[in-house]
Design a protein around this ligand. Structure first.
Ligand code: NCD
Length: 334
């Protein structure tokens, strides 16, 4: 689970046992959060042996609503100190040409125990380089990948798979789950990480997208544990799928902006239209990492549509990040 025993860099680092232990820890934390006694117990988890709080720095290059808040709230609930830097690329000395390695080292010098990083992916292997640089200079800080360009988003993977596990545990563990990942599959980092982890459980993954907008081969080469099938439209698989996972068009990743006609076709083909709701299985669930675009129209939170679970994903994002922090703390301080 932890790269070099202390970092969360890629979904590739999680095996089946790791994921099940994060799920179990998350379920325990969910229970504890419901009682005053449990919340008090959790409130001293991220401490050093002398009682001093862990110091966590959340450093984000790209905008975020949920990921940033959930990490900050997880720190709060577990008794850590948390500092947040947003818009890091523009506000740090990287704007003056400081190297990525130097920026990371500066945070380590101030004694942070953990750096939660979102990077725009413009520099190759930014997360692994951050972790390796800290190691080379003898710093103890952990790096947590909170989203790296269009490459990976491993902690979103944990919350997405936890959602599937929570709603369809038996099927999930028996390798019988059928998922459909729909939309901008080339640039969706959450879907890349999900596929890399689902292979430990088996089942089937439909990739539903325009043919020239599919998951990169580098990821597909590592999905040997699941049956992957590419389809252009959801019609032919509508009754078969347990979890539909939508994603928005990642316009900020494109050098040429899609025109209005392309966006309209995207929403029609890869959106939850009225026809879609009528066609899918009554027991299916609809997920989305959020933010949603026009592919999921309507109110939030969803009223009267029990198949929508993306509001639960948001909550599970908080719980799973608490679980990851607590397991990381155990691995480092035990
Ligand atoms: C996603 C992300 O940042 O990759 N959102 C998230 O972390 N919850 C999805 C997206 O931006 O489309």
């Amino acid at each position: 689970m932890f790269y070099n025993g202390r970092h969360i860099i890629s979904a590739r680092d999680f095996d089946r046992g790791d994921l099940l232990s994060v799920f179990q820890r998350t379920a325990d934390i969910e229970k504890k959060m419901k009682t005053p006694h449990g919340r008090r117990e959790l409130g001293v988890v991220l401490k050093h042996s002398d009682g001093a709080p862990w110091r966590v720095k959340v450093m984000f290059d790209e905008p975020s609503t949920r990921t940033m808040d959930s990490f900050r709230e997880a720190c709060k609930a577990l008794g850590a100190d948390c500092t947040v830097t947003t818009n890091m690329k523009a506000t740090s000395s990287r704007a003056k040409g400081e190297s990525w390695e130097d920026t990371v080292l500066m945070s380590a010098i101030y004694g942070y125990n953990c750096l939660v990083i979102r990077h725009d992916g413009t520099e190759p292997h930014a997360m692994r380089r951050a972790a390796d640089t800290l190691k080379a200079y003898g710093f103890e800080a952990s790096v947590i990948n909170a989203g790296e360009g269009n490459i990976e988003h491993p902690t979103q993977m944990v919350l997405d798979l936890y959602t599937m596990w929570a709603y369809r545990r038996e099927r999930f563990e028996a390798g019988k789950l059928v998922c459909a990942f729909v939309g901008d599959l080339a640039d969706s980092r959450t879907i890349h990480s999900n596929l890399l982890a689902l292979r430990h459980f088996g089942g089937k993954a439909y990739l539903v997208s325009f043919p020239d907008n599919n998951v990169p081969d580098s990821i597909l080469q590592e999905t040997d544990g699941i049956t992957v099938e590419k389809v252009e439209c959801w019609d032919q698989i509508a009754g078969e799928v347990n979890f539909w996972y939508f994603t928005r068009l990642q316009k900020e990743r494109r050098s040429v902006q899609p025109d209005a006609d392309f966006e309209r076709r995207y929403s029609e083909c890869y959106g939850a239209t009225e026809r879609f709701w009528r066609a899918i299985h009554p027991d299916a669930f609809v997920m989305h990492p959020l933010p949603r675009g026009p592919e999921i129209p309507g109110k939030f939170p969803p009223l009267g549509e029990p198949r929508i679970v993306y509001h639960k994903q948001v909550y599970y994002g908080w719980m799973t990040r608490m679980a990851l922090f607590s397991l990381l703390h155990e691995a480092r301080e035990a």
